[in-house]
Ligand binder design. Structure first.
Ligand SMILES: Nc1nc2c(ncn2[C@@H]2O[C@H](COP(=O)(O)OP(=O)(O)OP(=O)(O)O)[C@@H](O)[C@H]2O)c(=O)[nH]1
Ligand SMILES: [Mg+2]
Length: 456
């Protein structure tokens, strides 16, 4: 990938649209625009222009065009945009006109290359670029809020501030090492030496505590439904997802694979997971399914344990057993106990369940009729509502780098020796530098741009 090249991309994607936006960036961006429209407009002015296949060439389209002079553009380079009609024939004709022009060399941009150039030009930092990736991929409102704040620079400012403070602390120590005779030590009050490190450590540690929640917004919350065969796990999944995603049948042992459906609950992405019924397997395939079910339950954020209300309500022994989660001596902890098929209960059994102390806090519902499903979803929402504040480490990479910084700060704190303190602070400064992209930027960029889209 050569940064000297002039690049272009159709930023509006490949689906049929009314308007396609072709973005061009690099040294020959204005020349490329000139080939199509002749004289250029002033910086930043959107104009309706006739596009021709070169000077005196065929009329191709009438389009809105705009140009931005370096460094006042997204990439920091000369940039142009052509908002032409959405047909692929027009885009092809424009590209052909460029190819026919002697001396003009443009190539298609790689995924994320515009943003990569913006990063290299110092226009945005990595956390903002990653915020943009998330914003483009956002499916829910909570994801959009979090990604937007990040792409606007909320995290960038916070992390850059920490990097600056680390740098100051490092400089103080370096000065002491370089000029040991000048007794800076006595010039620096003890509380100033200790306090800034402790304060920084406190702030970063607090921020780190939000990591799990922020990642959950980004990646979604997983809710696994587990229980014996035939209790209605697949029916409940279909009811909540409002689609026939999983096969429902009166035969026990229907579901084998894990069925995953993504739904949006209160702005959060939730992955509902239907699993194979838990029992002593009757076939190799069923055994495989049960292994998958247990694994899914172990990895899910929230586990819903489903039982047959008719069975539970039969007598007090069953009620006592209801909360136990033992199956083949393996305990699967759950967050919600839900009794299904309430529509089949007679009044006596219903009362027994409602009045039972053992079953306090469990939900009685019918996946078939929908009775009680609303109450259960409200409780589930309550659990999801732990939505993080937007200023949180949204990626594992951030969490890891900041944990490293904390570790180094603790080392610095526990050492009396200026040189060792400086060493620890230098490592901390490098770790945060990699995080915000002031160090090893090319390596970090290669890693994160793997999931970017063309034209951004
Ligand atoms: N009356 C009544 N029947 C239900 C209800 N929920 C599910 N069923 C029925 O119970 C049977 C089993 O339902 P499924 O949803 O396939 O049960 P499952 O837990 O997924 O079963 P496996 O996949 O075999 O583990 C089907 O005949 C459903 O129609 C309910 O709330 N009330
Ligand atoms: Mg099933």
């Amino acid at each position: 990938m050569k940064n000297a090249d002039t690049i272009y991309a159709v930023a509006s994607g490949r689906t049929r649209v009314a308007v396609s936006v072709i973005r061009i960036s690099g040294a020959q961006a204005f020349e490329a625009l000139q080939v199509l429209q002749g004289a250029l407009q002033p910086h930043g002015r959107l104009e309706l222009r006739k596009l021709h296949a070169g000077k005196g060439g065929l009329l191709l389209d009438r389009a809105l065009t705009v140009r931005f002079e370096a460094p006042k553009s997204y990439t920091g380079e000369n940039m142009a945009e052509v908002h032409c009609h959405g047909s692929s024939a027009i885009v092809a004709a424009i590209v052909a006109a460029w190819q026919a022009q002697v001396g003009l060399r443009l190539r298609i941009a790689e995924p994320g290359e515009f943003t990569r150039r913006a990063l290299l030009a110092g226009k945005i930092d990595i956390t903002r670029a990653e915020g943009l990736i998330d914003l483009i991929n956002a499916e829910t409102q909570a994801q959009r809020r979090q990604a937007l704040a990040q792409s606007e620079g909320a995290l960038a400012g916070l992390y850059a501030g920490w990097a600056e403070r680390l740098f100051d602390l490092l400089c103080q120590r370096e000065a002491l090492i370089d000029f040991p005779d000048e007794d800076l030590n006595s010039a620096m009050p003890v509380e100033l030496q200790e306090k800034p490190i402790a304060m920084l450590l406190d702030e970063i540690s607090e921020h780190l505590k939000l990591a799990g929640k922020a990642e959950r917004v980004r990646n979604g919350v997983s809710v696994a439904i587990i229980g014996e065969p035939n209790v209605g796990k697949s029916s409940l999944l279909n009811r909540i997802a409002q689609e026939e995603a999983a096969i429902v049948s009166a035969r026990a042992g229907t579901t084998r694979d894990v069925v995953r459906v993504r739904v949006e609950i209160d702005g959060l992405a939730v992955d509902l997971l239907d699993t194979a019924g838990l029992r002593a397997a009757r076939s190799e395939v069923e055994a495989q399914g049960i292994i998958r079910a247990k694994k899914t339950a172990n990895e899910a954020h929230i586990v819903v344990r489903l039982r047959d209300a008719g069975k539970v309500g039969k007598n007090s022994t069953e009620i006592k057993k209801a909360k136990k989660t033992k199956k083949n001596d393996e305990e699967i902890p759950h967050d919600f106990l839900v009794l299904n098929k309430s529509d089949l209960l007679d009044e006596v059994a219903r009362k027994k369940i409602k009045n039972s102390e053992e079953l306090a806090g469990c939900f009685l519902l019918s996946a078939l009729s929908g009775e009680g499903v609303g109450e259960f979803l409200d409780a589930l929402k309550g659990r999801l509502e732990d939505v993080p504040p937007v200023l949180a480490p949204t990626r594992a990479r951030y969490g890891q780098a900041l944990a490293q910084v904390c570790q180094n700060l603790q080392q610095a704190q526990s050492s009396e020796d200026w040189a060792l303190q400086a060493q620890a602070l230098r490592e901390a400064y490098e770790a945060i530098g990699r995080l915000i992209g002031t160090r090893d930027i090319e390596a970090v960029l290669d890693k994160i741009f793997a999931d970017f889209c063309i034209g951004k």
